[in-house]
Every structure is written in C-alpha cells, then in structure tokens.
Write a protein that binds this ligand. Structure first.
Ligand code: SF4
Length: 260
C-alpha cells in the first residue's frame, strides 16, 4: 500500500527497519533524505553514531547545542572529534536576549530553585535553539537508546518529528545496550568524554550533572536534586515524559518535509 503522507511513510519505515542493524538504518536515512544532520550531545552514543555515519561516506553535518553551561570536557571532545573526522560541526547557541532576560529575572542558577525554572532554562538553552536550528533539514539523527530510561523504552527507529516541522527523526541505536555502545567504542578506539572516567554515566550541562554510584540508573545524575521529576529536557519528550505534541509555528510549518 502506498503511503499517503510523510508521517505514514515513516511509520511504515519504522516497522520495516525494526531489528535492522544501525548501519542499515543509516543507509536508509542517507538514501531517503538529502539534508541529514546528526544532533550530538557528545555522550558515548554520539561517539558511536558519528563514527558509523562518517564511515558511510555520505554528506551530513553534526550539530550540537552549546548551552553556555557545558563542561570543559565536552568542549575538549568536540575539538577531538573535529580533528578526527571530516564532518562539519555546527555549534548552536541560545538566543542571548532570552538568556539575559531569564537570568535577570530568576538568577543564573535558576534550575535549582524549582522544576518549573529548570524547564524554563532547558527550554531557552536547549529545546528552542534545537527547533530553530533544524529548519531546512530533512532528517535528524539521534543516539537515543530504549534501555536508557523507561521514558525512552518505546522510541521508534524513525518517526515524523511533529515538534520540528515534521522532519524525520532517526534513531539508529534504539536497540543498542550500554554494553553494545561501549563494546563498539573500545573495538574502534573512539574518543569519549573524559567525565566517564570520573564516574559519570550520562553527561549534560555541568551544573545539572553529577557522577552516579553503582546501582543507580544511568540518568540518575541528571538534575539529581529533583524529586519525582522526569529526567528529560524537552528535546525528545516533553518534561512530563510524553511525546512532544506539535506546536503551532508558521515558520516551521512552512518548512515541513514534503512527500519526496
Ligand atoms: Fe539549564 Fe541545566 Fe537544562 Fe542546561 S541542563 S539547559 S543548565 S537547566
């Protein structure tokens, strides 16, 4: 049956690619879409995804969100990756006016004051810049894995990202385990964020991430002071852990991916 919309086509693709190796999922994405961008957090999954994608020999860009609060170790890794691969890396920054207004109103460490203020900070420093930066792309690649957290357990291989103009969101590593990721890293001698050597198991902004102890969830070190809040920033799920509903945004709607 011929799909009647891009969303339907991507749902069918998700079903047929379920269980496919990451390389086959990437091959499909590069074959189907012209403008592909890999959104890297520069955690271990990013190291794997960048290596796999670079080995495809197809054109793509790497985009990362420089929130202004990243650890120095993440900036060091960005430079290392830049030197290792011939892939352009674009750093995306928050709107400085929005940051200035936010910090003038709530202070620079507002995320510690309340969950609502943490969501505000993640929105201004991460979610909104990402939405703006994906305009013009056909597909974005993400290193999400299903076993990272209960919130992520149903992530499809590919979906239409309604929050970002309907472009395709492709997650080639959804079925990879923590051990799969680190096995690939060691086998291929990939560079990783040095904070893993200090006991970190998930790495985001410096003030919002701590090392974990054995037995803790992989993402327990993210916003560790919050009790009961979902450990998501709004990029992949809303802050309640639900799939993000489409927002009314004429700019993004004008750039929505057509059926091509
Ligand atoms: Fe702000 Fe922390 Fe979110 Fe980074 S992780 S954007 S510092 S609240």
């Amino acid at each position: 049956m011929r799909p009647t919309s891009i969303a339907e086509e991507l749902d069918l693709a998700a079903a047929s690619l379920e269980g496919s190796p990451a390389q086959a999922i990437l091959e499909w994405a590069f074959g189907r879409f012209e403008k592909v961008v890999l959104v890297a957090s520069f955690q271990a999954e990013s190291s794997v995804l960048i290596d796999l994608a670079a080995k495809m020999g197809r054109p793509f860009e790497i985009l990362t969100l420089d929130t202004g609060r990243l650890p120095q170790a993440t900036h060091d890794l960005i430079d290392t990756v830049r030197a290792r691969y011939e892939v352009p890396i674009r750093l995306v920054y928050p709107d400085q006016g929005e940051v200035a207004e936010m910090t003038a109103t709530h202070g620079t460490n507002l995320f510690r004051q309340s969950v609502a203020n943490r969501h505000l900070c993640c929105g201004i420093r991460k979610t909104q810049p990402l939405r703006r930066s994906l305009i013009g792309y056909d597909a974005w690649l993400t290193g999400l894995r299903r076993d990272q957290s209960p919130t992520r357990s149903n992530v499809p291989v590919v979906q239409a990202d309604k929050d970002k103009g309907g472009i395709a969101k492709v997650a080639p590593l959804v079925k990879w385990s923590h051990d799969d990721v680190w096995g690939y890293i060691h086998e291929h001698g990939l560079p990783v964020n040095s904070l893993y050597n200090d006991g970190y198991t998930s790495i985001g902004c410096e003030p919002c991430t701590r090392a974990t102890t054995p037995g803790e969830d992989e993402r327990a070190g993210r916003w560790w002071w919050e009790e009961g809040a979902v450990k998501e920033c709004g990029i992949n799920f809303d802050v309640s852990g639900n799939v993000i509903p489409a927002k009314h945004d004429p700019v993004l709607e004008d750039t929505a991916l057509g059926d091509k």
